[in-house]
Design a protein around this ligand. Structure first.
Ligand code: NAP
Length: 251
């Protein structure tokens, strides 16, 4: 029996990167996991198969986020494969880069906020009635919402800063039901989102590692383990909190 046996989790963007790490960890702890993806169905199937091979339980849900009606459509797909109830919502899916201040145009700005801010808001709003009392909402933000370490990603950081304050407010809205709401803020993690500039670039890798007090680039399990703690009963008295999971990059 794992600590999450009998519970159901939805991890948005659970098919790849940090979300995959979270999905695999929650499944290893006993949860049945809905592995959400946007367009890459093969990656979601691979994650579901990996969870199954490790003795866990998972299923895939495809739904593009950042488009009108996205949250309602995702929950309808979730309802078709479950009894319509869940215990853990992880808002992880996100767009990770943005153009610099002088170059970003309205369409890109709107898309960032639609995916990173609006989608988690309405997923939580429509998910609240599905969440069992004592449930969990965990939002994945970034250390960049607290410090202008990379000025070029100004709009991305803003979209996540809005998510941070959403965490605090939502914790007050649903707290009477024993539901906790927290943010986990990763630093630089080796995933596809950073592939273009980080992987295979020794200088960028060394600079990224040096940003962390621990002298390394983060792994998906560095983040998934923090999420697993927040999802567990041990974290029942932690809510409205922003957890720095940057390896000390902001220290
Ligand atoms: P990733 O490797 O690019 O994976 C992104 C995941 O989100 C995929 O499952 C993708 O599904 C899904 N997704 C992205 N846009 C979507 C959309 N519009 N609609 C539906 N699904 C969408 O990203 P990651 O590095 O794991 O990042 C995960 C989260 O951590 C993001 O919120 C990011 O901002 C945050 N974060 C990452 C880092 C880092 O260094 N990696 C640092 C701080 C914060 P498809 O492949 O099917 O589109």
């Amino acid at each position: 029996m794992g600590t999450l046996t009998g519970r159901t989790a939805l991890v948005t963007g659970g098919s790849r990167g940090i979300g995959r790490g979270i999905a695999e960890r929650l499944a290893a702890d006993g949860a049945r996991v809905a592995v959400h993806y946007g367009s890459n169905e093969a990656a979601a199937k691979e994650t579901v198969a990996a969870i199954g091979a490790a003795g866990g339980s998972a299923f895939a849900i495809g739904q593009e986020l950042g488009v009108p009606g996205d949250a309602a459509a995702l929950w309808e797909a979730f309802d078709r494969q479950t009894d319509g109830r869940l215990d853990i919502l992880v808002n992880n899916a996100g767009i990770g880069a943005s153009s610099a201040f002088g170059a970003i145009e309205e369409a890109e700005y709107d898309r960032l906020f639609a995916v990173n801010t609006k989608a988690p808001f309405f997923l939580a709003q429509l998910g609240a009635e599905r969440l069992r009392d004592g449930g969990r909402v965990i939002n994945i933000s970034t250390g960049l919402s607290r410090a202008a370490l990379m000025p070029d990603v100004i709009a991305y950081a803003m979209s996540k800063a809005a998510l941070d304050i959403f965490t605090k407010y939502l914790s007050k809205v649903v707290g009477s039901r024993g539901i906790t709401v927290n943010t986990v803020a990763p630093g630089i993690v080796d995933t596809d989102i950073n592939a273009g500039w980080l992987r295979g670039n020794d200088e960028a890798w060394a600079q990224s590692a040096a940003l962390s007090a621990l002298g390394k680039v983060g792994t998906v399990s560095d983040i998934a383990d923090v999420v697993a703690f927040l999802a567990s009963d041990d974290a029942r008295w932690v809510t409205g909190h922003w957890i720095d999971a940057t390896g000390g990059s902001l220290a």
